[in-house]
Design a protein. Structure first.
Length: 152
């Protein structure tokens, strides 16, 4: 076999391998795209099914002062101020770890909920990150108005 024929045969075999490799890569990418397009999207929270939890703020306590939530479950946290002073439900780390139905309930810094005397506010959320979070009333933590939020 002449040298030129051997070279052509080698190039032909190399080209065939290269084409097969490219074809396999295209099939793989196509399968990934099809799976991505047909996979169900992450389920949006069903806010209408939110579990109610009530917290009462008064001088100088939260009741209850320990809250436990399950990750992935929608809750409606109803906070009532039965006191004579403004109270804050201050839990910045917790608010960063949840998906909120209406972020406008929080202050501009998204660190707390302000509740005036006689007022009530609702925070509807889904906890996304497990952990233990500190809860305080910014103005009255010195008096023991603190609590804890646990997400399991």
């Amino acid at each position: 076999m002449p040298v030129i024929d051997v070279a052509r045969l080698a190039v032909t075999k190399l080209s065939a391998r290269l084409v097969a490799g490219v074809a396999a890569a295209i099939v793989h990418v196509s399968m990934v795209l099809v799976i991505a397009w047909t996979a169900p999207a992450a389920a949006a929270a069903d806010w209408s099914q939110a579990r109610p939890v009530t917290v009462v703020a008064s001088e100088y306590q939260f009741s209850p002062d320990k809250l436990t939530f399950k990750r992935g479950v929608a809750y409606r946290l109803h906070i009532e101020n039965h006191g004579k002073e403004l109270h804050e439900f201050h839990a910045p780390a917790f608010f960063k770890a949840v998906e909120l139905a209406d972020p406008a309930v929080l202050n501009a810094d998204r660190t707390e909920i302000l509740i005036h005397p006689g007022e009530a506010k609702d925070l509807t959320f889904v906890a996304k990150k497990a952990g233990r979070y500190r809860l305080i009333c910014s103005d009255h933590d010195w008096a023991g108005m603190t609590g804890a939020i646990t997400v399991k």
